[in-house]
Write a protein that binds this ligand. Structure first.
Ligand SMILES: NC(=O)c1ccc[n+]([C@@H]2O[C@H](COP(=O)([O-])OP(=O)(O)OC[C@H]3O[C@@H](n4cnc5c(N)ncnc54)[C@H](O)[C@@H]3O)[C@@H](O)[C@H]2O)c1
Length: 426
């Protein structure tokens, strides 16, 4: 594609605005419009980039500092995405609205024949996941899914080692995600099934995609357990730490965490009570997965890890050795902004016939950038695809379909107590 990029976004919150700003960094003037049911997050995040507010709402997808044009805040805004696509000259759309809206947004974009960057998960019900897959499996334009761990240098290196056969043929995988910022999910819109389906679809989908991406095998069946142990309760849905009687005594209070642990206060939008009545999603899950050829994987996630106890990664066990991946190695937060001032990921490979003291060890530094440094590389990959080139790191819709179907199978297994076979239409 050689025509000028004219990019719009549906859902301009943390992720959507982050993507647009990053596109502007590489191709100033490429963003032409945005649509959101409420533009207030866009306005606050853009004010942060322009030095007129803080960056707390920009989230993990925030771009490294650069001179964003002041006119960016005046992009044409539409509450209705259909009207935006009707009126504006647009050839590329970033979809980053609530997950429950993705399928509808994809259908609209397909009607207009535009390139698509779709946030994960591709959708949250089986009907919608299949709808997105059907709409996009043979789509003639670019369509990618933003699995943001993929483009990180550490992930690329781990994948290369595994695909090169450095640990032999893959036998099994043991992967965990102990989320050390898990409370945030229970303070935001993501805390209900209606909005996200489950935290497997919201969070685990990244890790399952990473396992699939590394080992390149087709998943065949999933058995899972899950429950809610920590969050939810009988507090009012609109209660915030700011006005709560237990502001200084509750261990989950953002004020208590600042006092005891030195954690910066979360922005006002993320101060809702984690014991609210409406919370109905599980906060821990364990999966056993069978892949083709009898390869097995275990995956577990919990949303109650202490800050310094955050872990994401695992062991990839092959016929000739083990690769240990730690996405969070050493990391340290800035005391007031919360940005990672220090962050490393590591890979250690231990092989059978190496001397006992030998191993291959790599450290990958990602200080100051989100998602272990992946976002910039994924954005570059997306632009390459849009310009008719290739990018091996950007996930396609097939990858998004498989990962979402695995999450839905796990959710069904949790509900029914049965192992669920995956009948993937691929
Ligand atoms: N890949 C990643 O690492 C990553 C990280 C964060 C979020 N996400 C995904 O991005 C999406 C948005 O998450 P977020 O954290 O940016 O949330 P957010 O709340 O910051 O932004 C979502 C925006 O979508 C808008 N919206 C909701 N329903 C809409 C609709 N029907 N039409 C138009 N706009 C609508 C909201 O008003 C809000 O501004 C989700 O699908 C989430 O899973 C991905």
């Amino acid at each position: 594609m050689t025509e000028k990029l004219k990019i719009a976004c549906i859902g301009a919150g943390s992720a959507g605005t982050g993507h647009m700003v990053r596109m502007e960094k590489y191709l100033p003037g490429s963003c032409v419009a945005f649509s959101d049911v409420d533009r207030s997050k866009f306005d606050k995040i853009v004010a942060g980039y322009l030095g007129e507010g803080n960056m707390a709402l920009a989230g993990d997808l925030k771009s490294e500092p650069f001179e964003l044009s002041r006119s960016f805040r005046d992009l044409p805004y539409y509450p209705n995405p259909a009207e935006m696509l009707q009126r504006e000259d647009i050839n590329t759309v970033i979809i980053a609205s609530y997950c429950s809206h993705h399928a509808e947004a994809v259908a609209l974009c397909v009607r207009h024949g535009v390139n698509i960057l779709l946030e994960k998960p591709i959708a949250i019900t089986e009907a919608d996941v299949c709808k997105v897959w059907t709409l996009l499996r043979d789509y003639q334009k670019v369509a990618t899914v933003n699995f943001s761990l993929r483009g990180s240098p550490v992930a690329e290196s781990a994948r290369r080692h595994i695909r090169n056969g450095d640990i032999g043929r893959i036998v099994s995988v043991q992967f965990v995600n102990n989320v050390h910022y898990g409370d945030i999910y229970f303070r935001a819109w993501m805390r209900t099934r209606k909005n996200v389906g489950s935290l497997l679809l919201q969070k685990g989908t990244h890790d399952l995609d990473l396992i699939n991406y590394f080992i390149g095998l087709k998943p065949e069946a999933v058995a899972a357990f899950g429950s809610r142990q920590v969050y939810g309760g009988d507090m009012p849905d609109d209660l915030t730490c700011d006005v709560c009687d237990r502001k200084m005594t509750c261990t989950m209070s953002i004020y208590r965490r600042k006092l005891d642990a030195g954690k910066p206060l979360l922005p006002p939008e993320l101060r809702r009570c984690v014991y609210a009545r409406e919370i109905d999603i599980d906060d821990n899950q364990v999966l056993a997965i069978k892949y083709e050829g009898g390869v097995t994987a275990s995956y577990s996630q919990t949303f109650n890890a202490p800050f310094s106890g955050g872990q994401r990664g695992g062991y990839f066990i092959g016929t000739e050795g083990i690769l240990e991946l730690r996405l969070y190695g050493e990391f340290e937060e800035h005391p007031t902004t919360g940005a990672y001032v220090k962050g490393t990921s590591t890979i250690r490979i231990t092989r059978f016939n190496d001397k006992p003291g030998s191993s291959l060890f790599e450290t990958h530094d990602w200080a100051d950038v989100g998602h272990m440094g992946s976002s910039e590389y994924l954005a570059e990959g997306f632009l390459k695809l849009l310009q008719g080139g290739e990018s091996s790191i950007n996930a396609n819709v097939r990858d998004g379909y498989i990962s979402a179907m695995m999450c839905l199978a796990a959710d069904r297994s949790i509900e029914t107590g049965q192992t669920v076979k995956l009948n993937l239409d691929i």
